[in-house]
Design a protein around this ligand. Structure first.
Ligand code: SAM
Length: 368
């Protein structure tokens, strides 16, 4: 089926009963339709959906939030996220990441996950459970890791920007955060969600001395540490190229601790460059959207807490999918809107180029 096919994927994969009977009675071999894939105008397959379920957050990280602004956008009912996600899955989405704001603040998260765990990918030959992930600051994770794992979560990413408690508190502006997050990481490992990914956004002058301590942390705790280049997505106006700690600098600091050994990507669209050390202990990922942009392999689309599609973190537009639902639209209407919106996905971001304009929402209000 081409992306111009006006029938919905659901209608094609589940033809009307009469059509099925005609096929069954026919002497011709049954036609096997390929599973529908969402594709943008540059030929990129979109298989990865990030859903923000709230833009509230209990942390005020200095590189993300001003500290004085709160939630800015509405939250949908959990049934609405579920319905929208089902439609995305019928269009070929295979990986769902729940995020925010802070997703663990949202009541009804565990039942939502349990429902998502019942869904299957739209592959005609071998439908599989979805890959279900959460990105969290980990503050509430110690109590929630086991219920999330039981509900069907596949894996978890915890944001933690320092392994030094005082530095971490200076970044989050929340006392006692390091102990809470560390307990959350360990609880997730025990609950079977390991290896936990630990994301650290590096900021020159704040936590760039944490690179080698994080390497030790990965080796000691059995977690995958991922360093992320800081992007201009903050509520404030803090970003300059000088604050970004680029990939090459991280690689050379790690190499001076122990020789790094590159690892193969887990999938073609993987954003992190993966490494271990010469003794095979520990895993480090480096995500370098600024110095080594990976837009050509982007497979992502985002849904904000208030039900708007964002085709790129750096978009200047929201596409009001919830509006279609609120006006009584059918699943086919939602699917049509999603297909049309995906076609408008930007070729790439323009961070650091002359004339770069910050996106119309900051990270916490999009969903990271
Ligand atoms: N509250 C959750 C958390 O802390 O993981 C989920 C939302 S948070 C916005 C998602 C991720 O985006 C976090 O890992 C955070 O560090 C990262 N992030 C926020 N602002 C960023 C920026 N300007 N550049 C790069 N990463 C950023």
């Amino acid at each position: 089926m081409s992306s111009n096919d006006l029938r919905s994927p659901a209608a094609v994969l589940n033809p009307p009963v009469g059509a099925r009977e005609a096929t069954a009675a026919s002497p011709l071999p049954a036609v096997r339709l390929p599973a529908f894939r969402l594709t943008d105008k540059f030929g990129r397959t979109i298989s990865d959906l990030r859903v923000s379920i709230t833009d509230r957050c209990n942390y005020k990280c200095v590189y993300c939030r001003t500290g004085s602004q709160g939630a800015q956008f509405a939250e949908l009912a959990m049934e609405d996220y579920l319905r929208i996600i089902r439609v995305f899955v019928s269009l070929g989405i295979e990986k769902i990441r729940l995020t925010g704001g802070e997703p663990l603040l949202r009541k009804g998260l565990v039942p939502l996950l349990a429902q998502l765990a019942q869904l299957r990918t739209n592959r005609t030959r071998d439908p599989k459970p979805l890959d279900l992930a959460i990105t969290t600051n980990g503050h509430l994770l110690a109590e929630m890791a086991a219920p999330l794992a039981r509900a069907g979560l596949s894996r978890i990413t915890v944001s933690m920007d320092a392994v030094d408690a005082a530095i971490f508190e200076r970044i989050t502006r929340v006392p006692g955060c390091f102990e809470k997050v560390l307990a959350g990481v360990r609880a997730a490992q025990r609950a079977g969600l390991g290896p936990v990914k630990v994301n650290c956004v590096l900021l020159r002058g704040f936590n760039d001395d944490q690179i080698v301590p994080f390497a030790r942390f990965s080796r000691d705790e059995g977690v995958i540490v991922r360093f992320i280049e800081f992007m201009p997505l903050e509520e404030d106006r803090l970003w300059t190229p000088d604050v970004v700690v680029p990939l090459q600098e991280v690689v050379s600091k790690l190499n001076s601790f122990r020789p790094l050994v590159p690892l193969a990507a887990n999938s073609p669209g993987e954003t992190a460059r993966r490494y271990t050390f010469d003794d095979g202990i520990g895993e480090i990922g480096i995500i370098a959207p600024v110095s080594q942009a990976f837009c050509g392999a982007c497979s992502r689309i985002r849904l904000t807490s208030d039900g708007k599609i964002r085709t790129c973190l750096f978009s200047h537009f929201d596409h009001d999918l919830y509006g279609v639902l609120a006006r009584g639209g059918s699943d086919d209407d939602l699917a049509g809107f999603i297909q049309k919106t995906v076609e408008t996905k930007e070729a790439r971001h323009h961070i650091g180029e002359p004339g770069f304009l910050k996106p119309s929402r900051s990270m916490v209000h999009i969903g990271g």
